[in-house]
Design a protein around this ligand. Structure first.
Ligand code: ZN
Length: 96
C-alpha cells in the first residue's frame, strides 16, 4: 500500500503550494508538485482554494498568506459558556 507515502507527499506538496503559485519553485520541485497535483484531488482542490485566496490577497497590500489551509468543518461546534457560573446562586446571598 502506498497510502502513507502518498500522505507524506501531500504534506510536502501543500507546504509548497504557495511557492508553486508564486512560481518560486525550482524545476524539480515544480515537476513533482505538478505530477502529484494531477493524481491527487485533495491537493488540487487545495491549490484552487489557495489560488483564489492569493488572488483576493493580491487586491490588498497584505502579503502574508496563512500557512495552513486545512478546512476544518468539524471544528465549528465549540461550546464555551460565557460569563461565570457557579457563583452568586440565589441561595448564597443572605436574606435580611
Ligand atoms: Zn495530495
Amino acid at each position: 500500500m502506498f497510502a502513507i507515502g502518498r500522505k507524506r507527499e501531500c504534506r510536502r506538496v501543500r507546504d509548497k503550494l504557495s511557492e508553486y503559485i508564486d512560481d518560486r519553485l525550482g524545476i524539480d520541485e515544480r515537476d513533482s508538485a505538478e505530477s502529484h497535483l494531477e493524481s491527487c484531488d485533495a491537493c488540487s482542490q487545495e491549490l484552487e482554494a489557495l489560488r483564489m485566496t492569493v488572488h483576493l490577497l493580491n487586491q490588498v497590500p497584505v502579503v502574508p498568506v496563512p500557512r495552513s489551509f486545512a478546512i476544518r468543518e468539524t471544528e465549528t461546534g465549540r461550546e464555551q459558556v460565557p460569563g461565570s457560573r457557579g457563583w452568586g446562586g440565589p441561595s448564597s446571598s443572605a436574606r435580611l
